[in-house]
Design a protein around this ligand. Structure first.
Ligand code: NAD
Ligand code: MG
Length: 393
């Protein structure tokens, strides 16, 4: 394998360093130590892992979101020069620390405030935390254009589109096509999905990911969130975004042009490829992923998504078309539903029912500021939590 150092050393902070995307990011940095200086790392509660990573990568700042873990973090880092912080202020300090690149890899709307803080100081954002764009896409992209922050998509589909989208000829793009693995149940019908367990739902056939996104992949909500994410990232209309099920996860997404050409990005299903692309952009860096062997794979297959068995994708598309606060409410209700499902309190098919019930109940205008987004997010969460009782097992 050819090893290539980047043209210059980059400073980087990793929000959500202990998660699946965070650890893959650090794995790449570990293999390319000459190209990166780690400034800040954050985690939700896992202090031991956070301290270990902060020491290994010689970070300047380690932040644990859970304030109750602050003392434990200080103890774990005693004797080192690494500064410690906790809570919302700590996350903001990590986002505002002086790093040119910020990997936004917190899961859920909890990542919005810190990621926006990095956007507002004009940092380059490697964006994995798709919920940021679902909750506050207009605000997020507006702030990025004001501050000059560049957003580099890490989500594999959006990273693929970013690689093949001709930004110099936007009007020659007819549509973008997001591929969906379909998750572990894509060929099952509705009546065979009722009794799916959390353990079955998080067992993704192609990708190793955090629990929340794994459940989202199984319900196809992940693809719905990605349609909304794509709408904000790329200059396309809602009706120019299509989804096709592609169970092998080899083609990561496609762009169709007015002349009938369709350009795609392919690769093994390993997040280290899109992460490497975002870390090294506009250059490329080596990534230790399995090389694609098309002859060994033999067949690539495609199917229409089944919106009856997987209503979450339909709900997300409807929320995007409705606009205003609908995508935010969809996301908040989904976060509550997925957590309840993982705790065994909610059935698999009731995830979409709870999201729909919450959307039906809420009447909110489009939020105009971050504080309004946070307020609406809390309101939608508490409503979804109340409605949960109707569906609880
Ligand atoms: P994960 O659950 O493995 O990790 C999440 C990280 O966020 C952890 O470091 C955790 O400590 C931190 N975190 C969780 N809750 C927090 C809170 N309330 N406050 C502060 N920090 C918190 O998740 P993941 O799979 O790495 O996904 C991260 C994001 O990337 C998600 O938005 C996901 O949709 C997106 N994404 C992930 C993948 C993947 O392959 N895992 C692919 C594409 C996109
Ligand atoms: Mg994706």
């Amino acid at each position: 394998m050819v090893e290539a150092a980047l043209g210059h050393r980059k400073t980087i902070s990793i929000l959500g360093a202990t998660g699946s995307v965070g650890l893959s990011t650090l794995d790449l940095i570990r293999r390319n130590r000459d190209s990166f200086d780690v400034v800040a790392v954050t985690a939700n509660t896992n202090v031991d892992e956070l301290a270990k990573l902060a020491i290994e990568f010689d970070a300047e700042l380690a932040v644990v979101a859970d304030e109750l873990q602050f003392t434990a973090l200080k103890q774990a880092l005693a004797g080192s020069h690494i500064k410690c912080a906790s809570g919302e202020d700590g996350l903001l300090a990590a986002a505002q620390a002086n790093a040119e690149l910020v990997m936004a890899a917190i899961v859920g709307s909890a990542g919005l405030s810190p990621t926006l803080a990095a956007v507002n100081r004009g940092a380059t954002i490697a964006l994995a935390n798709k919920e940021c764009l679902v909750c506050a896409g207009d605000l997020f992209m507006e702030q990025a254009s004001k501050s000059g922050a560049r957003i580099l998509p890490v989500d594999s589909e959006h990273n693929a589109i970013f690689q093949v989208f001709d930004f110099n000829a936007e009007r020659s793009v007819e549509k973008i096509i997001l591929t969906a693995s379909g998750g572990p149940f894509w060929d099952r019908r509705r009546d065979c999905l009722k009794d799916v367990t959390p353990a079955q739902a998080v067992k993704h056939p192609n990708w190793t990911m955090g629990q929340k996104i794994s459940v989202d992949s199984a319900t196809l909500m992940n693809k719905g969130l990605e349609v909304i994410e794509a709408y904000h990232l790329f200059p396309v209309r809602v009706d120019q975004i299509e989804v096709v099920v592609h169970p092998q996860s080899v083609i990561h997404s496609l762009v169709q042009y007015v002349d009938g050409s369709v350009l795609a990005q392919l690769g093994s299903p390993d997040m280290r490829t899109p992460i490497a692309y975002a870390l090294s952009w506009p250059e490329r860096m080596s990534a230790p992923v399995d090389r694609l062997s098309l002859a060994a794979i033999g067949n690539l297959t495609f199917a229409e998504p089944d919106l009856v068995s997987f209503p979450c994708l339909r709900l997300a598309k409807e929320a995007l078309a409705e606009g205003g606060a609908a995508p935010l409410v969809l996301n908040a209700a989904n976060e509550i539903a997925v957590e309840a499902f993982l705790q065994g309190k909610l059935g698999f098919m009731d995830i979409s029912s709870l999201v729909k019930a919450t959307l039906d109940k809420v009447d909110m205008k489009a939020p105009q500021s971050l504080s309004m987004v946070c307020e609406y997010d809390q309101e939608a969460r508490s409503l979804a939590s109340q409605l949960l009782a109707k569906f609880e097992r």
